[in-house]
Design a protein. Structure first.
Length: 184
C-alpha cells in the first residue's frame, strides 16, 4: 500500500484528501498549506486553542462559532475555514493536527518532495527548520518538507520520521536506553 492510500484510510486522512482535492481544483494548494501552517503554529503556542479542539462539552454550534472566529483572526483561507467548520460540526476538532500532517504529506507528494515529521520538545524557529531541511536533504538526496509537532514529554532533542524510517535522538529515548543498560 502506498502512503497516499494509508492517508485516505484514516479519518483525518479523508478530511485532508477532500481538502487537497478542493485545493487542487481551485489552484490554492499553497494558500491552504500556508493556512494550515499558521493554524499549526497557533495550536503549538496556545493552550486555550488546544483545549478548544479537545473539549467534549462544547456544543457543535459554539465550536463552529469559535473556529470561525479563530480562522478569521488568523487570516486563514476560505477552503481551510470551511473544512474547519465541517470538523467542528462533526465534533472532529481533535483531528486537526492529523489533518494538517496528512495534507502536508499529500501536498509534498504532489510537489515531488519528501515529508519529514519532526517532533521536538519545544517549537523550532525558522532558522532551525531550515538547518534541519538542509541536513535531511543531504541524507535523502531530494527536497524535504518538514511537518513539526511539539511533544514536551521527549524532554529534548528530536524525533524525525521520513516514510518508514525514524531517527530518534530524543533525551527521553537516551535516558530509557541508559536505564535499560544499567538494569543489565
Amino acid at each position: 500500500m502506498d502512503q497516499s492510500s494509508g492517508i485516505r484510510a484514516s479519518l483525518a486522512g479523508r478530511y485532508a484528501t477532500a481538502l487537497f482535492a478542493l485545493a487542487q481544483e481551485t489552484n490554492s494548494i499553497d494558500a491552504v498549506q500556508a493556512s494550515l501552517n499558521t493554524l499549526s503554529e497557533a495550536l503549538a503556542e496556545s493552550d486555550d486553542l488546544k483545549e478548544l479542539t479537545k473539549s467534549p462539552v462544547l456544543s457543535r454550534d459554539d465550536a463552529s462559532k469559535a473556529i470561525a472566529a479563530i480562522a478569521k483572526s488568523l487570516g486563514l483561507d476560505k477552503l481551510t475555514t470551511n473544512v474547519l467548520g465541517v470538523l467542528a460540526a462533526n465534533r472532529r476538532l481533535d483531528q486537526i493536527p492529523a489533518v494538517i500532517r496528512a495534507f502536508s504529506t499529500l501536498a509534498s507528494g504532489y510537489r515531488g518532495e519528501i515529508t519529514a515529521e519532526v517532533t521536538s520538545a519545544h517549537p523550532l524557529d525558522d532558522k532551525q527548520i531550515d538547518a534541519l531541511k538542509a541536513q535531511l536533504k543531504k541524507r535523502v538526496g531530494s527536497d524535504v518538507s518538514v511537518s513539526t509537532a511539539v511533544d514536551p514529554s521527549i524532554l529534548g532533542g528530536l524525533v524525525v520520521k521520513i516514510g518508514s524510517q525514524m531517527i530518534d535522538s530524543s533525551i527521553k529515548t537516551r535516558l530509557n536506553t541508559l536505564s535499560q543498560a544499567m538494569k543489565g
